[in-house]
Design a protein around this ligand. Sequence first.
Ligand code: ZN
Ligand code: ZN
Length: 348
Amino acid sequence: MIASDLLTLTEAGLYCPAGDFHVDPWRPVPRAVITHAHSDHARQGSERYLTSHDGRHVLATRMVPDAVIDTLEYGESIDLNGVRVSLHPAGHILGSSQVRIEHRGRVCVASGDYKVDRDATCAPFELLRCHSFITESTFGLPVYRWPPQQEVMAAVNEWWLGNREAGRASVIFAYSLGKAQRLIAGLDPQIGPIYCHGAVERVNRDYRETGVSLPATAYASSRSARDYAGAMVVAPPSANGSPWLRRFGNCSTAFASGWMAIRGTRRRRAVDRGFVLSDHVDWPGLTGTVRESGAEQVFVTHGFTAACARWFGDQGLDAHVLPTRFEGEQDDRAEDAEQEPDAQEPDS
Ligand SMILES: [Zn+2]
Ligand SMILES: [Zn+2]
């Protein structure tokens, strides 16, 4: 049991017995509270979903068409069988939430995936005070520290400009939900046109419908005999090395990910450039957040769980590993393998 019986682990995942709801369940359940729409957090088949208002469009796209999705504004609370539940910005992707659960004076926060750096495509992370905090640890090792986003985007734009001057297309691989839109928001559209893989363009539409402003993008169709020299192309990692890439002719490739902080990862990716851009907290962000939450009890999930829990234990916290069925964005295949590279793309 976690946090004075507030949360426990069942076959379907994290469960609040008093409130009778699951958070990011692995299997279909009667009521699922969803932190965000990435596939390792939002599974199809539950009877009802509860997510943030900002997260409705992106979640609906990934659910079956008749899925029942209730929403809450950030900070708004509801009563589920005497348990007070509210959603607060996690700063990870559009609509991502921390779930604050309060019962008989005890507060538990399940943060989902989160990051504390600001970006233009989602509401900024909100620090919550709590007794128990459930943190991810995707990049929960001291080696992971992110350069400022502005610096990274300046380097991306410079790379693009250099490729344009050399008559090449720039193809950048990034998760289709979240990372791609964050990249696009930071691109300088003065340099040239921006084209997107169908999986990315679909999510762009959800972002725009939710009110996020992005530079103009167009679908990189196979049917038009367009010259892509000088253009920027944004595609999911699964498109790397696929026949889909041939239409761009002479091109330079790059990958945008927190994993690019490690040189060997860059080599394994077989891309020309790596840009360190993550939608997850880095080590200073993670440890700072746990400290400032005031939590005396911390549960570590998704990523470097054992090392991270041990570190918090050494700091005097009551720290535990919370097992998960998913490795999440540790390996991009989990997120983007479902996106068919070509056959099912919309044509526009
Ligand atoms: Zn995520
Ligand atoms: Zn995740």
